[in-house]
Design a protein around this ligand. Structure first.
Ligand SMILES: *Cc1c(COP(=O)(O)O)cnc(C)c1O
Length: 400
């Protein structure tokens, strides 16, 4: 009898008890709006920003309503105008091109390699087409950041990092989000900290962060921030920066602060689960695991594998067979966008020439979440199931 996995791929851990207590405290006093503070009270949101700046080593941090809002705010704050081209990854999630579109700009997609990172040769070739790159560390895969920054610096391209899947990750020991001018993070339920919705931005650039704070809806209360630039940075921009409300509130910040304090243990727990699945899948005929570079301190909150050049019907067969045994795989090659998954060809508002090598990678790309509610034993079982079903389809000769 074949085993069936019973866990839920969308079930995160509960909010830690100290986060629940802090949230209840905010509800009891009723001051949920970040600028609604009692005398001498810093407020949960300002404290969260201060703690996140310290965690990433950034001069400034700003908490906002979502990761998508953080990216759009960063684009505006660095001066992207309607009609501008913005370079970004062909392999990413819909909110990334969506953030570019939200400021009236136009995504120019850069391909993906078999390592699931941005194709740096393609980036180099396209670098003269835009002044800004919104770089997505999609599914936690970090490219050679040294080479990427060298390409962008040489071409005068400003880098904004989408770290929705790399909060807590590093490249050569530097926290993800700290190579570019601005780092953007998400606190949405499926990311590395969970407040339902939420986002964070970090930067060392006082002008950019003053604009970001004003954009986020600070009115003229920016002096209540603890991780914002000094007041004189605002003097230069406060008359011509629109207020586009997208603030974080004290309730969400209260839930997030205890989670940030535990982030490194949580990241280690994710990566331990990742390694169990990876070990279980390695050597499966027809399946390629993604080798992670030594420089990359990744967070294994999800795992991807390639069934290179398998026909679509065989991909569907594997996904169906795994689903029947309780293992939910997402496929980036599906002809239609499904659930959270879509690819550049599905974003008709941002037309792009076809990228055959990218399409080839995405056609064979399977993706799976690894929530911390899974035990290491669960992860081993999931790997056994995938291995068996990929093997069965491969052996039947449909695959590869
Ligand atoms: C989730 C996600 C975002 C945006 O996060 P939201 O908080 O949902 O707006 C950005 N980029 C990637 C790659 C994501 O997965």
């Amino acid at each position: 009898m074949s085993e069936v996995f019973k866990g839920s791929f969308t079930q995160q851990e509960p909010i830690p008890e100290d986060g629940i207590a802090a949230a209840v405290e905010v509800m009891r006093h009723g001051r949920l709006h970040r600028y609604n503070l009692a005398d001498g009270e810093p407020g949960e949101t300002a404290l969260l920003e201060q703690e996140f700046a310290a965690l990433t080593g950034a001069d400034y941090a700003l908490a906002v309503a979502s990761g998508g809002y953080a990216m759009a705010t960063a684009l505006r704050a660095v001066g992207v105008q309607p009609g501008d081209a913005v370079l970004s990854n062909a392999f990413t999630l819909a909110p990334v091109p969506g953030a570019i579109a939200s400021v009236g700009a136009r995504p120019v997609f850069v391909g993906v390699t078999g390592d699931l990172t941005i194709d740096l040769d393609d980036l180099e070739a396209k670098a003269d087409q835009a002044r800004v790159l919104l770089l997505s560390h999609m599914r936690g895969h970090i490219c050679d950041m040294d080479r990427l920054m060298a390409i962008c610096d040489a071409a005068g391209v400003t880098v904004i990092e989408d770290c929705a899947h790399t909060m807590g990750a590093t490249w050569r020991g530097v926290p993800s989000g700290r190579h570019g001018l601005v780092g953007c993070y998400s606190c949405q339920t499926y990311k590395h900290v969970n407040s339902g919705e939420g986002g964070l931005l970090v930067s060392d650039d006082a002008g950019v962060m003053a604009r970001a704070v004003l954009l986020s809806g600070s009115y003229m209360l920016y002096e209540r921030h603890l991780a914002a630039p000094p007041p004189d940075a605002f003097e230069q921009v406060k008359y011509d920066t629109p207020n586009i409300s997208g603030r974080m509130d004290n309730l969400r910040a209260a839930i997030l602060r205890p989670q940030l304090a535990r982030l490194s243990e949580q990241c280690a727990a994710w990566t331990a689960r990742y390694r169990v699945v990876e070990d279980g899948l390695r050597g499966t005929p027809g399946l390629t695991v993604i080798e992670r570079p030594e420089e990359e301190g990744f967070v294994g909150s999800s795992i991807q594998v390639l069934l290179r050049d398998w026909p679509d019907a065989a991909m569907e067969e594997v996904i169906g067979r795994c689903a029947a045994r309780g293992v939910e795989l997402k496929w980036f090659g599906a002809p239609e966008p499904r659930g959270f998954t879509s690819r550049y060809a599905h974003w008709h508002y941002a037309p792009s020439a076809a990228m055959p090598e990218t399409d080839r990678v995405l056609r064979g790309l399977l993706d799976m979440r690894l929530p911390l509610t899974f035990s290491l034993g669960d992860c081993a079982q999931i790997a056994r199931i995938i291995r068996a079903e990929v093997g069965a389809v491969h052996q039947a000769g449909v695959g590869g």
